[in-house]
Design a protein around this ligand. Structure first.
Ligand SMILES: [Zn+2]
Length: 290
């Protein structure tokens, strides 16, 4: 029974000689499994097929010409419908898309005439412009999605970095980052799921400090500013540390200031020679290498 139906459909879809002679791309896209796959989807969307068409026949049609859609007994073209706004804009002159096909108002008294209309539309210049446009859009989807994902990650990271910077600037505990991020999320900011722990906070602040230090040293060297160094010593849990400050013209325009350069553990000892060696090492690491 099923076989007989398919034979009928294939006969029904043969093109009339006066409409079009050969359409290799169309023929190669035909496949029955695809027709079955789309059948359910189409049946759910379509309210009424053109008069005299069975759902099996319709499945066959859209397998070969997937841009067809049906609407209350008429048919239309999804590609032309989607291309409407672009191809109809004044600066894209020269292509006239059929209103009937865009709106899904194509109908005919006989099956034969409707078939002719379909093939005529398929070969029309305007429809083929719509096909090209759909292909171009498809190719642009992936890069656009990657850009969107990158943009979202960048926004989340920027929000986390600004928050961690505020934590450091206000001398708050690293553990304050999670509630700060939670608050921002409630207020509608995109904060993501990654940079919101106290450990992240410490890492972000360390990273920002390193970048700020690089920028500062670079500016001082560029301005050829004279520098003086102040050091202090502090002991934390039995370990000796050296605190290094640099006093210099920060901007090269006479804005003299004391700038914290860094902390250095005095691993070699706290005698004069060890302190001197540690200081040289601290300056070298910061970029004052000459
Ligand atoms: Zn079309």
């Amino acid at each position: 029974m099923t076989t007989i139906t398919i034979v009928e459909v294939e006969g029904d879809m043969e093109e009339d000689d006066d409409v079009a002679d050969d359409h290799p791309t169309c023929a190669s896209s035909s496949s029955l499994p695809a027709a079955r796959d789309r059948g359910g989807e189409v049946a759910a969307v379509v309210r009424r097929l053109p008069d005299g068409w069975t759902s099996q026949q319709w499945s066959e049609w859209i397998t070969r010409l997937p841009w067809l859609f049906s609407k209350d007994g008429s048919i239309g073209c999804t590609l032309c419908r989607d291309a409407k706004s672009l191809l109809l804009s004044p600066d894209k002159g020269g292509v006239h898309l059929s209103e009937e096909w865009m709106n899904g108002d194509v109908s005919s008294k006989t099956k034969n005439n409707l078939r002719k209309k379909i093939y005529k539309h398929r070969d029309s210049v305007a429809h083929n412009r719509a096909v090209e446009l759909a292909e171009t859009r498809k190719q642009a989807i992936l890069p656009n999605q990657i850009l969107a994902i990158n943009g979202k990650l960048l926004e989340e990271t920027s929000n986390a970095f600004r928050s961690a910077y505020m934590i450091a600037k206000e001398r708050m505990a690293f553990k304050k980052l999670p509630p700060v991020m939670q608050l921002q999320e409630i207020n509608g900011a995109k904060v993501g799921a990654v940079h919101r722990s106290d450990k992240s906070c410490a890492e972000i602040i360390g990273h920002i400090a390193l970048e700020m230090q690089k920028k500062f040293v670079c500016n001082v060297k560029k301005a050829q500013s004279k520098i003086s160094i102040t050091i202090d010593e502090s002991t934390v849990r039995g370990r000796a540390y050296m605190i290094v400050y640099v006093r210099c013209d920060v901007t090269g325009k006479g804005d003299v200031d004391n700038v914290f350069l860094g902390l250095k553990e005095l691993v070699e000892g706290t005698d004069a020679e060890s302190i001197y060696n540690s200081l040289r090492e601290a300056l070298r690491v910061a970029g004052f290498d000459d």
